[in-house]
Ligand binder design. Structure first.
Ligand SMILES: CC(C)(COP(=O)(O)OP(=O)(O)OC[C@H]1O[C@@H](n2cnc3c(N)ncnc32)[C@H](O)[C@@H]1OP(=O)(O)O)[C@@H](O)C(=O)NCCC(=O)NCCS
Length: 171
């Protein structure tokens, strides 16, 4: 990976002005493939910020290249994560444009997101939920130190749940 990616990439909070960009990214094939049964309602997402959900745009040299969401599964209002215990965080991530995949941006975005998660003292572990057939995402999370926990139905999807404990985090 280009080591300069780490210096050139940052996460900043989403704003209302990101709405059309996020809607555009939602129509990209790699984003649809990772979440084929659900479309995000950005009007609702951006209009109702909550303290259990943090959403970020990743910028490389100031250019938006991807999205990261960190939620507290125990407080998430739809019950998507079922009966989650406190002390966890869950991350969603995608790169917006297909030609920006595989350049190391996602790895750096996850490292920054994990640092955000574990900066909270009571957070013990972080979860991710790629589709069961998203083999490249499985490899991506395994390289970051996540271990496979279980297969679970999440909404309408069959997902593989991965978990990274605080003591396994290489931050
Ligand atoms: C997963 C993802 C965030 C990784 O970011 P990235 O910048 O492409 O990843 P990096 O360059 O840091 O690392 C490369 C690895 O990312 C993964 N990856 C690359 N393209 C991918 C894609 N289209 N879908 C899923 N994973 C992908 C692979 O593991 C790849 O390693 P490989 O080339 O050995 O297969 C990004 O590929 C993506 O947005 N994929 C589509 C959405 C997605 O699958 N999100 C995760 C679902 S929970």
């Amino acid at each position: 990976m280009d080591v300069s990616v780490k210096r050139r990439l940052r996460l900043r909070p989403v704003t209302w002005s990101d709405k059309s960009l996020l809607e555009h990214w939602d129509s990209q094939p790699q984003v649809i493939a990772a979440n084929p049964n659900e479309r995000w309602n950005w009007q609702a997402e951006l209009g109702h910020p909550t303290d259990w959900c943090r959403q970020y745009i990743a910028e490389h040299d100031g250019h938006p290249i991807g999205f990261v969401q960190i939620i507290d599964p125990a407080r998430e209002e739809s019950g998507f994560w079922g009966e989650a215990v406190p002390g966890l965080r869950a991350i969603d991530i995608w790169i917006g444009e297909p030609d920006q995949l595989g350049k190391g941006y996602g790895t750096t975005m996850m490292q920054l997101a994990l640092a955000h998660c574990f900066a909270v003292a009571e957070v013990n572990a972080v979860l991710v939920d790629p589709l069961a057939d998203n083999r490249r995402a499985h490899r991506f999370y395994e390289r970051l130190g996540f271990h496979f926990l279980e297969q679970r139905r999440m909404g309408g999807d069959i997902c593989w749940i991965y978990r990274l404990e605080r003591h396994e985090w290489l931050g």
